[in-house]
Write a protein that binds this ligand. Sequence first.
Ligand code: ATP
Length: 533
Amino acid sequence: MTTGAAARFVEQMDLLIRARYPVLYVVTHEEARLESLLADLARRQGKPLSVWTATRGLAVSQGARSAEAPRPVTAAEVLDRIRSQEGAGLFLLRDLHAFFEDPLVVRRLRDLAGTLEDTRRSVVISAPRLTLPPELEKDVTVLDLPLPEPDELRALLRSLCEQLHDDDPKRVQIGREDAEALVRAAQGLTLAEAENAFARAAVTDGALRGVDVALVLAEKCQAIRKSGMLEFHPAETTLADVGGLVRLKDWLRRRGKALDTGAREFGLPPARGVLLLGAPGCGKSLTAKVVANAWKIPLLHLDLGRVFSGLLGSSEENMRRALRVADGVAPAVLWIDEIEKGLAGGTGRSGEMDGGTAQRVFGSLLTWMSEQTSGVFVVATANRIESLPPELLRRGRFDEVFFVDLPDTEARAEILAIHLRRRGRDPAGFDLVTLAEKCAGFSGAEIEHCVVEGLYAAFDLGHALTTEDLARAIAETTPLSVTSAEEIERMRTWASSRARPADAPRRSPTGPALPLVRPRPAPPRGPRSGGRV
Ligand code: ATP
């Protein structure tokens, strides 16, 4: 039985074919799954399904597999043959895109599209990526075969368990919860990949067990990495690893709580994402990593540099593929760092900036963000915020836009404590109040740097780390708030009317607010050129 996204895909194909769209192009790696869905559809429409590959020719499909054809048939030949055939039919042409460099194949396909419009014959091209010459853009309709939804994976796992159980009941050692965890782990894999992952897990130690989730996840890491644009990040950090940012953390906690289905019944929309703007090194990326862990869902990092690199295919196609995988893995956090780079575009293989392409690719990302319902939560970060376009900040894209400023005194003390603890030191042994005041204007990354520098110094001197080591490291560090003071101030002004502060003001009621920039000693006086002495 076909359910969920696959069923919707078949419905859409059915409609298009009945509306006499002559050539459909399905982007998928799952040839066998597509063929079996099309076989069902052809049966429903009362037409035969024929399948062509360059190596095995054209043959009538027999369920998921085609009969061996007697000889190879070229792309040009198969298009001529379909054109001259009579009656109804559905023709699945595998990898026809590989022949689009031949102008005669392109011309023949255009001719064929023209003649098919008045017939009950349709052509479906299947290919793992979208490669469409401009001549064909108006004749061909493109669809994605969605990755299998949990129901399909559940059915697959059930049938594998039945087979294993028939073989030997001891080979199935999973309960309902384990089965659900395995299905969740397999989300984002193609059906064939999931089948391989489950089967491999079952043969590794002779039985399918709950612990095999790790094996299936490892398989998924591989599959995601192969997609080229996305990276699967292990969940290692927790909300306790983030100092300050109290408003942001509280907002995330509430959104996380509303992830379950109870929230939908309560009338809450699914969370879409958050945009984090602000100075470098203040914990934006750290927060993205933490969210996935706190919500116990996978973290996918979208590498915009690779999307635009030109090394792995067209940028548009790269973005499509990446978003499709993210949809398949959902629920998941999709982390896009330095999203402003996506707007500027990348440097293509030719070495030129492709601004138009960047706009299109970015537009497709924005549309996907507005429309996606798969459960992907986007965490986007940006450093150069003045250049962000208004459409990115429009309601409906992100649930909230936060400005992540340099940490205040309390946050700096928390960050110091976090990084001391992370390196096996008890924060209670240090004068954190004094140190936090000394490092006014430092980012979280700079505070971490001072802890590491202090450790180096203590190790070199052969004593345990002290407050003085840390104070010296702080004094020797020039923070970005000094070197880029104007830029940071500009960012604050820009964000004040456009974003919510990520941290709550928690300055001590008695003491004055700390200055952004540490007071520096006045420069030594001396003769100045150009002025009156
Ligand atoms: P960039 O825009 O340059 O990537 P960012 O704001 O994303 O900067 P992070 O990459 O999150 O900054 O920070 C770098 C490192 O600094 C973190 O991995 C973490 O170790 C430390 N750090 C920064 N901010 C904090 C914080 N608020 N709490 C604890 N550690 C922090």
